[in-house]
Write a protein that binds this ligand. Structure first.
Ligand code: SF4
Ligand code: SF4
Length: 197
């Protein structure tokens, strides 16, 4: 388990929205509402199987959010490491929807974060579109659509070495339609639950 420091509580918190202009709307306000009742007990961090791979533990993430460290939060890799296991949500003594907060941070970082976060968001979208379309991951089609969305002609070259290794190990599969549509009901249900039918 990751050892927690007092970061960022030792820092002087910036004024809310500092650096974004006096009338700027902070894109993270909707997530702050989800964690406003956090009492910093650390149960979420102690329960998280991925905390050791995070630059801010879950507890630190909620603290950073509530202190208005918007840019630091958007730059963090913490929510990208969240595997949505729901352990923190189940164990939080305040009953906070922490997994939902992590998912919202992924979405908001992809929209408002630095370039690296936006690139991760594009990959996530390509991945989920691929799984929805084929019913399982079809690696070649996934990477094709990722490269097209990124609009960087040199990007495929950077992936060539790892692609060759995967090909040699038989880990790359050409798209096939055997499982097409098997996840349609699941995706429809998720859209309904998210209020986006
Ligand atoms: S378990 Fe809940 S109350 Fe405790 S630190 Fe995490 S979010 Fe806050
Ligand atoms: S849902 Fe995410 S943040 Fe919460 S315990 Fe699981 S991996 Fe950690």
């Amino acid at each position: 388990m990751r050892t927690e420091s007092n970061h960022p509580t030792t820092l002087v918190p910036p004024l809310h929205g500092e650096g974004r202009g006096p009338h700027a709307v902070d894109p993270l306000d909707e997530v702050r509402d989800l964690v406003r009742a956090c009492m910093q007990c650390g149960t979420c961090t102690a329960s998280c199987p991925n905390a050791a791979s995070m630059d801010l533990t879950p507890r630190q993430m909620w603290r950073s959010l509530l202190f208005g460290f918007t840019d630091e939060v958007l730059r963090s890799k913490t929510f990208w490491m969240c595997s949505a296991c729901y352990t923190c949500t189940l164990r939080c003594p305040r009953g906070l929807q922490l997994t939902r907060a992590m998912a919202a941070l992924k979405r908001l970082a992809a929209q408002h974060g630095p370039g690296a976060a936006r690139r991760k968001g594009i990959f996530y979208q390509a991945f989920i579109d691929n799984v929805h379309k084929y019913g399982r991951v079809q690696e070649m089609d996934l990477m094709f659509h990722y490269f097209m969305a990124m609009r960087d002609p040199l990007l495929p070259l950077r992936f060539t070495p790892v692609g060759m290794k995967l090909l040699a190990k038989g880990k790359l599969h050409a798209p096939d339609g055997r499982h097409k549509g098997v996840l349609d009901d699941l995706f429809t249900r998720v859209r309904e639950l998210e209020g986006n039918p």
